[in-house]
Design a protein around this ligand. Structure first.
Ligand code: PMP
Length: 385
């Protein structure tokens, strides 16, 4: 009698958990909005408009010039770029206030606002320290906290996704975090935060001990409300972070920045890698800053498209969260994952941020938004058939 042996299963490929990685990274997944090749991509809050040709030319010119000096390290302190960013912030965020113009000493730049946030957490968070955010909010705040060994506290929000100021202050008093994140407009909900709410959180945090409060204004150029930037005046532990990924339409550039007291800017120098911002990045960002007026013109178009999406989704019977950003959160779905897939099957990629019952769509060009609206209309029709 012949015995048949069960074949050995193929060896399991080596995985992360087989490596001696830090304990808190075991079993975790990296940040990953799907990058799928579908005709309409409205899932990562990018600006749908390519940079204007005149700016592309200017970038080429500035980068060519920078290329001649690439044998040398770049300006480690990115002084010219920080000066231009300070001017941009003064013009757009401080206009009509009594706050004095910002200087380069109050501005810091890095490779995307994610790196700005990482540097802040490396400086003010870290092992044995904690940070709090009011969720649902930008998931990278918690992920970057974890990556820097900072404990993460998930603070509360109201049913309508606004911040419950009293509950948030209580959470701050109870948990005594070292860093507080306030995202305004918030991602993924689009909700803006009023200045007095930020001030209440700032006071609650300082009443425990000196605490860094980071206002993440990645989407502020799309807001109906003015920037919270004037609040940094007289508040040395209040930081406003910004990005060129959204309003400037330059997500591929990787340029984020912050405005704060010069002492905070000095403090992040303790953790930044030397020469972290390449000469090519600095040259490209400087070129983009020469074209802010054109770029902010696209922002106006996107704001109108955002408002159109809100109106049309409501007319279709969806619940829609008030949006001050370039995206719209809508629902409610019994199963948001299935609805996300059904919209994807119609050629439109939007985002399931894991907020039960809700999905998020980025405002695209008018024709992309039409394609999205056709897809959800079709879905509604199918469901009511
Ligand atoms: N903050 C918020 C609230 C965001 O949504 C994003 C990007 N989705 C970022 C920061 C990071 O943007 P970047 O690193 O491209 O500047």
């Amino acid at each position: 009698m012949s015995t048949t042996q069960t074949p050995e299963p193929p060896p399991r490929p080596l995985g992360i958990d087989d490596l001696p990685v830090r304990d808190e990274l075991r079993g975790q997944s990296p940040y990953g909005a799907p990058q799928l090749d579908v005709p309409v991509q409205l899932n990562t809050n990018e600006n749908p408009y390519p940079l204007p040709e005149a700016l592309v030319e200017r970038i080429a010119e500035r980068v060519r010039e920078a290329a001649r000096g690439l044998n040398r390290y770049p300006d480690r302190d990115a002084v010219e770029l920080r000066t231009r960013l300070a001017e941009y912030l003064t013009r757009t965020g401080l206009a009509g206030t009594a706050v004095p113009p910002l200087t380069a000493a109050q501005v810091w730049a890095a490779n995307g606002s994610n790196e700005v946030i990482q540097q802040l957490l490396q400086t003010f968070g870290g092992p044995g320290r904690t940070a709090i955010g009011f969720e649902p909010s930008y998931s990278m705040h918690g992920l970057i906290a974890r990556g820097t060994g900072t404990g993460w506290i998930s603070g509360p929000r109201n049913e309508d996704f606004t911040i419950d100021v009293a509950a948030a202050c209580e959470a701050i008093t109870a948990h005594r975090p070292d860093v507080v994140f306030v995202t305004s407009p918030n991602n993924p909900t689009g909700t803006a935060v009023a200045a007095d709410a930020v001030l209440a959180l700032y006071e609650a945090a300082q009443a425990v001990r000196p605490t860094l409060v980071v206002v993440d204004e990645a989407y502020v150029e799309f807001s109906h409300r003015p920037s919270l930037l004037p609040l940094i005046e007289g508040r040395p532990l209040l930081v406003v972070s910004r990005t060129m990924s959204k309003a400037f339409g330059a997500a591929g550039l990787r340029l984020g920045y912050l405005a704060a007291h010069p002492a905070v800017v000095d403090a992040v120098q303790l953790v930044r890698l030397p020469y972290h911002l390449s000469a090519v990045t600095q040259a490209t960002a400087l070129a983009a800053l020469e074209h802010t007026d054109t770029l902010l013109g696209y922002v106006e178009t996107l704001k109108a498209e955002r408002d159109r999406l809100v109106g049309e989704l409501r007319a279709l019977g969806f619940d829609v969260t008030e949006s001050d950003a370039n995206f719209v959160q809508f629902g409610r779905f019994e199963d948001s994952r299935t609805a996300w897939r059904q919209i994807l099957d119609r050629g439109v990629l939007i985002r399931d941020n894991g907020v039960p019952g809700w999905l998020r769509v980025t405002a695209g060009t008018p024709s992309e938004n039409d394609a999205f609206l056709d897809a959800v209309r079709d879905l509604k029709k199918e469901q009511s058939a």
